[in-house]
Design a protein around this ligand. Structure first.
Ligand code: 13P
Ligand code: ZN
Length: 271
């Protein structure tokens, strides 16, 4: 007997996360998308994995992900509304045919499909899993301050990272691997997917200039927390950038943080 899927912890957590992201102002209209890697055991309690509703072509190959299951947001759907229409606005898919097709097991009940950023999500999952097999989440959103920062700050990755690290002590502890930055690229394409995944090899945060941010994490909370921390730093930057700066967090102090928290700054990023 299958359990009611609307009670599945992974679905509840996904809906809560989307609501929270919306409340933070990161996901206006249909902005943002999330994919969560699920394992077969956890899905099998709620849906029959041998039966699918339809097959959706992905438009790319990701052989590493063949046979993997994802809970993913639908294209054009509003995070604001997911709590009222989870079966319409979310879907559970299984990648088949080396990732070229996806079996829809549940959701997208209005005939819809997964996010237009599915290539960036799947290619990023493939890369993050190589770095850290416990990575399960890719999260994209449009956080106001980080987005604003991409208009007035150099997009040089080292400079961008160092500025964020200096805005708040916790930043360095939360993302010692820094943030990577992509210039403006056409969204929703395989090209931006490939570029994002490549950047995901060395950092769990990838800024899309004049568009938004990608975060990766072991679970929804971790990816959310990562984005929240970077966005807070960007907010502080925008509050102080136009003022005379009298104090900062020095490289020496960041070296102290490295020792205290047993972390290592991205190679070459500290003096
Ligand atoms: P989707 O509605 O297709 O998920 O697109 C939203 C978005 O943020 C595009 O980058
Ligand atoms: Zn977007």
């Amino acid at each position: 007997m299958l359990k009611e899927i609307l009670n599945a912890p992974f679905l509840i957590e996904m809906i809560r996360t989307e609501m929270n992201m919306y409340a933070h102002g990161w996901d206006e209209r249909n902005g943002g998308n999330i994919s969560l890697l699920l394992n077969e055991e956890e899905i099998s309690e709620y849906c029959n994995v041998d039966k699918f509703l339809r097959v959706i072509p992905t438009g790319f190959k990701a052989p590493e992900l063949e046979g993997k299951y994802f809970l993913v947001t639908g294209t054009g759907k509003y995070f604001k509304n997911v709590q009222y229409f989870p079966e319409r606005d979310l879907g559970i898919v299984k990648l088949i045919d080396e990732g070229e097709n996806a079996e829809l097991l549940w959701g997208f009940s209005d005939g819809g499909t997964f996010t237009s950023e599915f290539p960036a999500h799947m290619m990023s999952h493939a890369e993050r899993l190589k770095v850290n097999p416990s990575n399960r989440v890719i999260m994209h959103c449009h956080p106001t301050n980080l987005l604003a920062m991409t208009y007035v700050h150099s997009l040089d990755e080292k400079k961008f990272t160092r500025t964020l690290w200096q805005m708040c002590t916790e930043c360095f502890i939360v993302f010692p691997d820094g943030v990577n930055v992509l210039p403006w690229l056409l969204c929703g394409t395989n090209e931006i997917g490939i570029a994002t995944a490549e950047k995901m090899r060395t950092s769990r945060l990838v800024v899309w200039a004049q568009h938004g941010l990608y975060g990766a994490g072991a679970d929804l909370d971790e990816a959310f927390g990562l984005i929240e921390t970077a966005e807070k730093a960007a907010e502080i930057y925008l509050k102080i950038a136009h003022l005379p700066i009298l104090n900062t967090i020095t490289d020496e102090q960041m070296h102290l943080l490295e020792k205290r928290f047993n972390i290592k700054a991205r190679e070459g990023y500290l003096n």
